[in-house]
Design a protein around this ligand. Structure first.
Ligand SMILES: NC(=O)c1ccc[n+]([C@@H]2O[C@H](COP(=O)([O-])OP(=O)(O)OC[C@H]3O[C@@H](n4cnc5c(N)ncnc54)[C@H](O)[C@@H]3O)[C@@H](O)[C@H]2O)c1
Length: 334
């Protein structure tokens, strides 16, 4: 039984904890930590009575905790992963790896120095069946050579409009990883444009558009509508030299009623990727049992951050931005 501790028991961390405790053979949630102690207590009870911590570092150091899930807010990821690496404990860390390049590099260097893969990144689309079907089809050569990735990603806005930087680092980072993973190619250049959420605040972002050029010549387009007013949607179309393919639409039935035809759209990621989160947790635990790391790596988290950083630079300058050439360390060989 792998004994797991969870840092951050909000929407995502609570879901991971429950999936691990109730839907993942071989896993037991033994500890949780959240600065909101009431929330932590509720999740601990749902997981069959895990210990509740007030201090994440103390939870990570607890010998009863063999592996850690990090689902605290983005700015805490890097320091928490570093603590897990220092303790030699495997970790499933939510995206993004960090919120700036320096911290992302620190985590990469720390894992490389340890000489073994301990971290899996929470790019859960790799566990979504619609995405997997697309990947298999492309890898089999069914649509020929990839010419273009087009990712549509929509959300419903919060109270405050989001900044361009946050939309890139917190949301579009999923699409950046998705494009790299599906095409199996690295990004060479990006160009960022956006529509402001508030006319008088140029830093706010309602709709983000990132154009990409890949090293092998394919093109990419990420369209992230931060406040769609219609729901949460992730939809990928790949164009190849021999055809094109698109992720299967949501599984909701098509309803005809009162001279209308409609299909319900998911409210958020927890509904859309419900099954993917379970498969991600199960695959992670299996990889720990088999001592064979799988899934998205620190390298993926780092490269996604490098591309995201180039997107931010492009947003600042209004010009296309080259993405630095990176050499993949042997530890992350595919
Ligand atoms: N992979 C995905 O699909 C996906 C989806 C949503 C969120 N996320 C990521 O998961 C993380 C959590 O997002 P969320 O939607 O659950 O947010 P949330 O606000 O619902 O939950 C965050 C929780 O962290 C707690 N917290 C705040 N500071 C903390 C600290 N210093 N130490 C420990 N806990 C702390 C909060 O009290 C809250 O309970 C974020 O990094 C987010 O980017 C990933």
């Amino acid at each position: 039984m792998v004994q797991i501790g969870v840092v951050g028991t909000g929407g995502m961390g609570g879901r991971h904890a429950r999936n691990l405790a109730n839907k993942t053979p071989g896993a037991k949630v033994v500890a949780v930590m959240d600065i909101d102690q009431e929330r932590a207590r509720i999740v601990a009870a749902e997981c069959g009575g895990a210990s509740v911590y007030t201090d994440a570092q103390a939870m990570i150091a607890d010998p009863a905790v063999q592996a850690v899930v990090i689902a605290a807010p983005d700015p805490f990821h890097a320091e928490l992963v570093l603590a897990c690496l220092a303790a030699g404990k495997p970790v499933l860390c939510e995206k993004p790896l960090a919120t700036n390049m320096a911290d992302a590099r620190k985590v990469l260097d720390a894992e490389l120095a340890g000489g073994r893969r301990l971290v899996q990144l929470g790019f859960m689309r790799e566990y979504d069946q619609a995405h997997q079907a697309l990947k298999e089809l492309l890898d089999r050569g069914d649509i020929g050579q990839p010419l273009m990735f087009h990712g549509l990603h929509t959300g419903e806005g919060g109270i405050e409009p989001r900044t361009v930087e946050d939309v890139i680092i917190n949301s579009a980072i999923h699409d950046i990883h998705s494009a790299r993973w599906l095409l199996n190619q690295e990004v060479n250049q990006v160009y960022t444009q956006w529509v402001k959420a508030e006319a008088t605040r140029p830093e706010t972002c309602r709709l983000l558009l990132v154009q990409m050029v890949f090293k092998d010549g394919a093109l990419g387009l990420i369209e992230m509508n931060a406040d769609s007013n219609y729901g949460y949607q992730v939809d990928v179309t790949l164009t190849g030299s021999q055809g094109s393919a698109r992720t299967a639409p949501a599984s909701a039935p098509t309803v005809k009623q009162a001279r209308k035809q409609f299909q319900t759209i998911d409210p958020d990621w927890l509904v859309r990727f419900d099954a993917a989160y379970i498969r991600e947790a199960q695959a992670w635990v299996q990889s720990l049992v088999e001592k064979q790391p799988t899934g998205p790596t620190v390298w993926d988290g780092y490269v996604a951050m490098v591309v995201a950083d180039a997107c931010i630079q492009s947003a600042k300058t209004g010009q296309p931005q080259a993405v630095p050439d990176l050499e993949r360390p042997a530890m992350y060989a595919r």
